[in-house]
Design a protein around this ligand. Sequence first.
Ligand code: SF4
Length: 243
Amino acid sequence: MEEDKVTCGVRTVVVYGPSGMQRQTRSVHCPAGNGTVSLEHCETCAARVATVASADGDRTHLACRVDAEHPARAVTVSELMPRTVVAVRPELRADVVLLALVEHDRGGAPVVDEAGRPIGMVSITDLLDEYQAMRRAARSPAEPPSRPRLVGDVMSSGAYTIPDGAGVEEALAELTRRNVKRLMVVGDRGQLVGIITAIDLLRACPELPRRSSPALAEAHPCRFHGQSATGEARLQDRERLSA
Ligand code: SF4
C-alpha cells in the first residue's frame, strides 16, 4: 500500500471554572480517519513520524504516515480553526469573565458542561451589567455589594456545532443555514475542540481573490482621477478632503 506523509495540528482547550483553570486538553483530528484522538494517544501510534514543537516546547503538529488514497485527507475545519480556545464553566463568576475577556482581548467565550461539551456562549455584551456594578462599588465602597451573577445567569444558551472532520463547504453551509458567524467545533464525543468563524473558512477558499484591492477599486470609483482608486489613491483622497 502506498503511503503519504501528512501533518495535523494539535488543538488545545483550556477550561476555567470557579477555582481557576480546571482542565487543559490537547487533541488531534486524526487524518487516518481515526476520529478525535488525544495527543497522548498519538505519541504511541505506529503511524506517527514526528512531533513538531514550537520554540517554547509546545507540541503544535504531528507528522503521520497515512494511506495516500485515504479520503479523510481533505482540508477539515480542524486544520483551519485557531489552535487554542479558552472556555468557561457556568459556575464561574460573570465579573471574573469580564476582566479575563478584556485582558485577553476577546469578545466572548464558549461555555461548557462538566464533560467539556458546549452548552452556550457568553459575550462581552452579556457582561456590561458587571461593569456597571464594578463602577458602583468603586464609587460607593460602603454600600453592600450586590450578589455576583454567574456565567450561567448571563450566557446565551445553546450551541451551533460542527464536527472537527467537516470540510469547508459543509461548515459554510451550516453557517448560512444557522445565520451565524461562528460554529463550535466538536470532537467524536461532542466535546469542544475549537471555534471556527466565517473568516477562517473564507480564507481557505481558493476561489476568493488573494487581494481585495481590485474588487474594492471597482466598488469605489475615484472622484479625482475618474478611474478606479487603489487603496493608496483613496488614502490620498481622504487626506485631500480633510486638508
Ligand atoms: S499519530 Fe496516529 S492517531 Fe495520531 S493523528 Fe497520526 S495517524 Fe492519527
